[in-house]
Design a protein. Structure first.
Length: 264
C-alpha cells in the first residue's frame, strides 16, 4: 500500500513541478574550510587531483561533502579512463545523462579538459536531467544548484529534458548511477513509466560517435550485474570494468564503473 501511494504521489508531483519550473535566484555555494578533511596520504592524493585537474577554485568555493565526493568521482573516472585506455580528441564533446544537481561537474570538466594532455583541450559538456525542477533546500531547484556548481566553466550546458529526446553526438557519454530498480525510481520521485533502463542505455549509446566511449557507474554488485546484462542485451562491447573504493569519500557500497567503446 505504501509503495502504491508513493507511485501515486509521483504521478502528481512530477508533472506539477515540471510545469511550474521552480527557479530562485541567490543560490550560492557555501565556501567551507577544508582543513582536517583529509589526512596523510589521502590529503596528498586530494592535492594531486586538485593540481592535475585545475580544481583550486572549486576547493575554495565548495562545501566539504560536495568537495570530497567530487574528488571520489574524479579519482574513480580517472582510473576508469586509464584502465580502459580512453583517449580523447583535442576538442571533446561529452554528454552526462541524468546528471542530477551536478555537484561533481567541476571535477568532470577538469577530467575532460586535462586528462592525457599537457595543454587544455576545448570541452563541450551537456548535462541532461529529467527532474531538473525538484525542490531542494531554501526553495532552490535542482537546476539552481547545478548552475551554481557549474559557474565559471566554459562549454557547459544544463538541459532540463528527457534524455530520449537528446540528439547531439558526442565523443564520450557518461551514465552515472542510472535508475535500474523500481524502488529507487519511486524514492527519488519519478513516475513508474520512466523505469526504462534498457531504452535509456540504448539511446545514449546511439549518441556516441564511432570510436567514442560510454562510461557507466553503478551501486553495488546487484546493479552492476543488471547493468552488464543490459549492455550485453544491447550488444554494447565492454572493454573494462572494475569496482572502486577510496578513503576520499566513504560510501556504503562499492561503486562499479564499466567502460564501453563504439567501433570506428
Amino acid at each position: 500500500m505504501l509503495q502504491w501511494l508513493g507511485w501515486l504521489r509521483n504521478e502528481i508531483d512530477f508533472p506539477l513541478r515540471t510545469w511550474l519550473r521552480l527557479r530562485r535566484k541567490g543560490c550560492r555555494l557555501p565556501c567551507e574550510e577544508k582543513g582536517g578533511l583529509f589526512q596523510g596520504t589521502v590529503g596528498s592524493e586530494a592535492d594531486r587531483l586538485v593540481t592535475a585537474y585545475g580544481l583550486q577554485r572549486w576547493r575554495q568555493v565548495s562545501g566539504r561533502q560536495d568537495y570530497a565526493a567530487s574528488l571520489f568521482y574524479l579519482q574513480m573516472l580517472e582510473r576508469a579512463f586509464r584502465e580502459a585506455g580512453v583517449a580523447l580528441p583535442s576538442t571533446v564533446s561529452a554528454l552526462d545523462a541524468g546528471c542530477g544537481d551536478w555537484f561533481y561537474v567541476q571535477a568532470l570538466h577538469g577530467l575532460l579538459s586535462r586528462y592525457g594532455t599537457s595543454t587544455l583541450r576545448s570541452v563541450s559538456l551537456n548535462g541532461v536531467e529529467l527532474d531538473a525542477y525538484q525542490p531542494y533546500e531554501g526553495l532552490h531547484s535542482r537546476m539552481d544548484w547545478a548552475l551554481a556548481f557549474a559557474e565559471g566553466l566554459e562549454g557547459v550546458r544544463y538541459l532540463p529534458q528527457d534524455i530520449r529526446r537528446y540528439q547531439h553526438p558526442c565523443d564520450v557519454a557518461f551514465l552515472l548511477f542510472p535508475f535500474l530498480m523500481g524502488d529507487d525510481l519511486r524514492r527519488w520521485g519519478l513516475p513508474r513509466r520512466y523505469l526504462r533502463p534498457g531504452e535509456l542505455l540504448g539511446h545514449v549509446w546511439t549518441r556516441v560517435e564511432p570510436g567514442g566511449w560510454l562510461v557507466t557507474a553503478n551501486l553495488g554488485e546487484g546493479e552492476r550485474d543488471r547493468q552488464h546484462q543490459l549492455l550485453a542485451d544491447a550488444g554494447i562491447p565492454v572493454v573494462w570494468w572494475g569496482g572502486h573504493e577510496s578513503p576520499l569519500y566513504h560510501y556504503d557500497s562499492i561503486r562499479y564503473v564499466t567502460v564501453a567503446r563504439r567501433a570506428r
